[in-house]
Design a protein around this ligand. Structure first.
Ligand SMILES: C[S@@+](CC[C@H](N)C(=O)[O-])C[C@H]1O[C@@H](n2cnc3c(N)ncnc32)[C@H](O)[C@@H]1O
Length: 327
């Protein structure tokens, strides 16, 4: 009842519709609605109290999204679907949201453009990647996939280390500059079974169930809808296929936002597990590679076999293998 009362107010309904499109900060929501920050914050507080939105703080930013912790999140989804986007106020909000996202994407691609050539050096500033790469090789060796998709391939490093272990590997990235570097790297490594293509991680131009393995390495922290990236990765996985997500554990290094275009300061195991389960994946226990100041986490998960595909179910890779692979 409190939830319905909360959305009976037009601004609050608009906020629910906007938060259904991604995790948004109060500053972004204020820009879109053109109302004062205290007013927007008051509405957001009410929506959180009513169980329609979740609020989470990460360093100096506070994000809002449709509730995943309360059963009323489902009601919020239904309300958003029923609203559609024909209403002029909602249509304008969505246009402004699209402009904000474009602006953000432009900033991120400018960052990637400037850093494509020296990406390996930047990565080495964070942690020693060799341990992570060895753990991923172990997972791939245990799962023995025929093909692999690398989402957000960047300079193609994951393809370099994993493509030799599969028949066919494909890297997708939205940055032409990164892909240009990746092509040179693949060629000099002599990898003929590795290809790269321009593409968007939210909308892969790939059929359902077309890969045995998907890797998303140091990409998720740029996403404003990490759960949508995971759902899209799960979509292209065959039943029993494996997803390997690699990113940081929650941290407080704000400069990664200011200087390196990160949107999220790491991820909690529980939220990644929840996103994987919602996408039809069974998460294995995560592996933490403790670093100072950044800890890298490998979250492996296996696509559930379709209930109607009995033969595929019998070929399922036991989760223990995934766990063994990252030990
Ligand atoms: C930090 S780099 C990581 C590259 C690579 N996975 C690695 O670890 O070496 C992040 C990459 O994600 C790509 N990216 C960001 N947003 C993307 C999107 N919406 N679709 C596809 N690629 C994206 C960037 O262009 C960039 O190359």
């Amino acid at each position: 009842m409190a939830a319905l009362r909360a959305v009976a107010e037009p601004t609050r309904l608009r906020l629910v519709v906007l938060c259904a499109r991604g995790e948004l900060t109060v500053t972004e929501l204020t820009q879109i609605l053109g109302q004062s920050q205290p007013r927007v914050s008051r509405h957001l507080k009410l929506l959180c109290a009513a169980g329609l939105l979740d609020r989470f703080r990460e360093g100096s930013w506070v994000f809002y999204r449709l509730s995943q912790s309360s059963p009323l999140g489902a009601l919020a989804q239904q309300l958003v679907a029923a609203c559609g986007d024909a209403d002029p106020a909602i249509a304008l909000d969505l246009q402004r949201l699209a402009a904000i996202k474009r602006q953000r994407a432009d900033l991120a691609s400018a960052y990637f453009r400037e850093n494509a050539a020296q990406w390996h050096r930047i990565r080495s500033l964070y942690i020693d990647e060799r341990e992570v790469e060895a753990a991923l090789v172990d997972i791939i060796a245990a799962a023995d996939p025929r093909d692999l998709l690398d989402i957000g391939t960047g300079t193609g490093r994951m393809l370099e280390i994993l493509a030799p272990r599969v028949e066919r590997a494909l890297g997708i990235d939205q940055s032409r500059e990164m892909l240009a570097v990746a092509r040179v790297n693949l060629e000099s490594a002599g990898l003929e079974n590795g290809l790269v293509r321009l593409g968007d991680m939210y909308q892969l131009a790939l059929p359902d169930a077309s890969f045995d393995a998907v890797v998303v390495h140091q990409v998720l922290h740029y996403a404003d809808r990490p759960e949508a990236v995971i759902a899209e990765a799960a979509r292209v996985l065959r039943p029993s296929g494996i997803l390997m997500l690699v990113d940081f554990a929650p941290h407080t290094l704000e400069f990664l936002r200011d200087e390196h275009a990160h949107r999220r300061l790491g991820f909690a195991d529980s939220e990644v597990a929840q996103w994987c389960s919602a996408a039809g994946l069974d998460p294995a226990p995560p592996r933490h590679l403790i670093g100072d100041p950044l800890t890298v986490v490998i979250w492996a998960a296996q696509r559930r076999a379709c209930p109607w595909a009995a033969e595929e179910a019998s070929e399922e890779i036991p989760l223990a293998v995934l766990e063994g692979g990252v030990r």
